[in-house]
Design a binder for this molecule. Structure first.
Ligand SMILES: [Zn+2]
Length: 416
């Protein structure tokens, strides 16, 4: 069969749409969103549904010690490493139906399309579902691909606890996904992940597909400020040591760091826990998070130095003590040129309107890039919104993205 015929192959949009609908019902919220936190009963039901579909598609299922699920479609040449496609099925609380879900469902649809066309590929094609990508229940995010890439110790991941003190490993076991396979780097031909953009660029430009070149560097810090808790009435201003006043300076200063360094640097204070958090007491303690991202590692280094100085000065002025911990850092990730090229060829063949783009959000692909050749495909997020119930991507765009994933995987897995 001529190569042009292959490029005319397409996934089944109706079937994909039905699967999105069906999986979206598990953990559905009244306003059209999704709450399916990692390793909860909803997560188990989502996983069980995926495994059932993967079995129906003839895949050989294995589960590793971090609960990552693999479904392999055999290749024709023994011993060749697989082309992997995947993402996650956990969500944030009152999140959307597309983040993560689309990546696994479009991967599944790509495999169903391979089956339908009775294609044999030289390399196996494997669908993977990663555990606890969001980091909403257990920190850090992308914990299971992190273990797989050797960046996070298995013991540390097992001992991660949710807000109620429940350990990740105990929940894995409880929902039946504590598998026997070692969670280690394995040979692969490529890893492909389709995901919603979570930013406004594709929609603004009228594009349906983003060919992702890489992911920005991400740094997370936690800051605890300790002042002196006291009565809001009898305590004169001159003798106060107010933890929240120092924290407020850090919140405003973190934004100033972004404007001063400029470029694509973004800084966010996302959590603020005030103690005792009552009307008539001077706050004695504040705990907060700082998230900073930039495509340039050097800019992020500079931002961190400025944060150190900002916190030091703010706390000195208020006469409070602090502990600042830079506890998570992922360097800027550049994806693999031959995988990016395969995605671009596939996007062109599907007739998608596409452009090269960089990801501002972390994904499992970030850790997978440390293991082998990696690339990503983005589809638009309506109004750039995600991690909310309003998250939406039009089916026409999803179809373009899924076809791009399908043709790129077929290209990399090589027809037998
Ligand atoms: Zn995601």
């Amino acid at each position: 069969m001529a190569e042009t015929d292959v490029l005319a192959w397409r996934i089944d949009r109706g079937r994909l749409e039905r699967s999105i609908e069906e999986l979206g019902r598990i953990g559905a919220t009244p306003r059209g969103g999704l709450t399916r936190l990692a390793l909860t009963d909803e997560d188990r039901r989502g996983r069980d549904q995926m495994v059932a579909w993967m079995r129906e598609a003839g895949l050989r299922i294995t589960v590793d010690r971090m609960g990552n699920i693999f479904g392999e479609r055999a290749g024709s040449v023994p011993g060749l490493p697989p082309v992997m496609m995947g993402s996650h099925v956990d969500s944030v609380p009152t999140g959307g139906r597309y983040d993560g879900q689309l990546g696994v469902l479009c991967g599944l649809e790509a495999i169903r399309a391979l089956n339908e066309h009775a294609v044999r590929t030289r390399h196996p094609v494997t669908l993977v579902i990663f555990t606890n990508e969001e980091g909403a229940r257990f920190q850090p995010a992308m914990i299971a691909s992190g273990v797989m890439a050797g960046k996070i110790a298995l013991e540390d991941a097992y001992n991660a606890r949710d807000r109620d003190g429940i350990r990740l490993v105990d929940e894995l076991e409880r929902i039946g996904y504590l598998g026997p396979e070692p969670c280690v780097a394995r040979p692969m031909r490529a890893y492909l992940e389709l995901h919603i953009e979570q930013g406004p660029f594709l929609e603004e430009e009228g594009l349906s597909v983003g060919v992702v070149e890489g992911i920005v560097a991400i740094a997370w810090s936690r800051l605890t400020i300790t002042g002196v808790q006291d009565h809001a009435g009898p305590t004169p201003m001159r003798i106060r040591h107010d933890a929240l006043v120092a924290a407020a300076e850090v919140v405003a200063g973190a934004r100033r760091i972004a404007t001063e360094i400029g470029g694509d640097l973004v800084t966010t204070v996302g959590t603020l826990a005030v103690t005792p958090n009552i009307v008539n007491a001077i706050p004695g303690r504040v705990a907060m998070s700082i998230d900073m991202r930039d495509p340039r590692d050097a800019a992020l280094d500079r931002a961190r130095d400025m944060l150190d100085e900002l916190v030091r000065a703010a706390c000195a002025r208020e006469g409070v003590t602090y502990e600042l911990e830079h506890y998570w850092r992922v360097p800027c990730t550049a994806f693999t040129p031959d995988v990016i090229a395969a995605v671009e060829r596939a996007a062109r063949a599907t007739g998608a309107r596409f452009h090269r783009i960089r990801s501002g959000a972390g994904h499992d692909a970030q850790y997978m890039a440390a293991i082998g050749p990696t690339g990503m495909i983005f589809v638009p997020s309506h109004e750039g919104r995600s991690h909310c119930e309003e998250e939406f991507t039009a089916i026409e765009d999803i179809e373009d993205g899924a076809n791009t994933l399908f043709l790129a995987a077929l290209d990399l897995a090589e027809r037998a």
